[in-house]
Design a protein around this ligand. Sequence first.
Ligand code: MRU
Length: 364
Amino acid sequence: MKVGGKPYRTIWLDDDGESVVVIDQTRLPHAFAARTLLDAADAADAIRTMIVRGAPLIGATAAYGVAMAMRDDPSDGNLLRACDDLVATRPTAINLAWAVARLRQPLLHAPRASRAELAYRLAAELCDEDVAINEAIGDHGAAIFAARWRDLGETKPLTILTHCNAGWLATVDWGTALAPIYKLHDEGVPVHVFVDETRPRNQGAGLTAWELKSHGVPFELIVDNAGGHLMQQGEVDLCVVGTDRVTADGSVCNKIGTYLKALAARDNGVPFYVALPSPTIDWATDHGADVPIEDRGAREVTHIWGRDAKGSRVEVALAPEGALARNPGFDVPPPRLVTGLITERGVAEASKEGMQALFAAKAA
Ligand code: MRU
C-alpha cells in the first residue's frame, strides 16, 4: 500500500540484501518509522514486543529470522534453536509456527553451504505468496460486500464494522479483513468503516484508523463497547474481522472482543465475516477451546500509551496503583456465529466440511 504516495510492504530486505527492515508499529500512528532487524534475535524481539504484529506478518518476520540465523551459522543446532526461539515468541497465531515449519524441513535437508541462500529465497516466496493471497481475499470479499450494498438498495455508503487491525500492517500487504474494503473503495463503491479502538493495545485506534486515513477510506473510530448499540440502531451493514487461528471445526480465534461483536451481530441479523489466508487454518486442532490464548500481562490494562501535547510518546496510569488486572489477548467466536470465511479460494462455511471443500488436499 502507499504511504505518502510511495508503495510499501511491511517487511523488506535492506540494501545489504541480508538485514530485514520492518515498519515499527509501536510508533504508529504518530510516527512512520522503519526499523532494521540485524539477526534472528532481533526478529524474535520484534515479534515479542509487537514492533511487528498480526498473524501473517509475524510469520513472515519469523521466516526472515530463520534466514538471518542461517546466514550467521547454518548448523543443524542453530537452525533448530532459531526455529524454537522464534516460535516461542507468541503463542496464539498459527501462522508463526506454520511459517517456521515451512522453512525448517527443506533447510534440514539442504547442504549447509546452501542453507542461507535457500532460506532467504523461501522467506521471499512466503512474502510474495502472502501478498497474492490477500489480494485474492480482497477480490472475493469485495464481491460479497458489493452484493450486500446492492441488496440494501445502494442508497447510502455500505457501513462495515471491524475489530483490531487486519489491514496491510498485519500482513505483508493488502491485509485480510481490510483488503475487500480497499478493493471496494478503489472500485468506487462508497463505504464507511466503524473502527473499534481495540483495547488494551488499541490496534484499531492506532493502526486501522491510520491505514484507512492514509488510503482515504471514510471511517469513524468507536469505543469497543459502541458496536452493539450501533448494530441495534441498524447502522452496521456487515462486520468483517481477521483471525489468528481457525481450528478444524471452523472456530475463529481473534483479538479479544471479537466474540462480543459476533454475538451482537447475530442478535441483530448483521452478517459477520472472517477473512483469512489458508495458512491461518490449524487443521491439527479440532476445537476452538484448544487454542492457546496469549496473556500479555496486567500493565497493558492498567496503563495506556499515547502522545502528549508536546509530541512525546508517554505512558499514563488508568487504574489505582496495585490494581489486579487480567489481560487475555484473544477470544474464540464459535462457528455458529460466523456468516462465512473469506479465503483466497472463495467463501467457505465455518465448518470442517466448508473448509475442506475449498482446501481438500490440506485437510486430509
Ligand atoms: O495482537 P495482534 O495485534 O498481533 O493481533 C492481531 C489480530 O488479532 C488480527 O486481527 C489477526 O492477526 C488477523 S491479521 C490479518
